[in-house]
Ligand binder design. Sequence first.
Ligand SMILES: [Zn+2]
Ligand SMILES: [Zn+2]
Length: 154
Amino acid sequence: MDTLLKKLVRDFPDINFVAGDQFYWSPKQGEVVYDKAALLKRTSPWSLLHELGHAILQHRAYTSDLELIEMESQAWEQARKTGTRYGFEIDNEHIQDCMDTYRDWLHQRSACPTCDTRSLQQDSSHYRCFNCGETWSVSSSRFCRPYRRKVPTK
Ligand SMILES: [Zn+2]
Ligand SMILES: [Zn+2]
């Protein structure tokens, strides 16, 4: 990932690449944060390209969890394109795995705590069950590393 990172830093002067302890895109700071401990991991270049995908597409705000998932999908699409330019082919299974984690996460958030019916989001932090009328709030979501989201936050 080291050489890729150097090339990206050179080719994307508007984006700040910052060493951190996980991969994520920070729209406020305009920063792509990368996990400095994971430099040698096989999936690291993919994660880096994915977060850069958010940056290139200028992903900032989303109003619902579904929209966020749509953005994640677009970021992977973009990552695939950028990857090709730099000679990195992103494993399709890896992308599917990530998308699955997002969907699991969405499923967790959208399931009614009372009757388990899948419900629709009302606004960025509320869901309402159309079956039993229960409402619940969820913490606002953010662009993050997919498997961190596995823990439901409702
Ligand atoms: Zn993402
Ligand atoms: Zn319910």
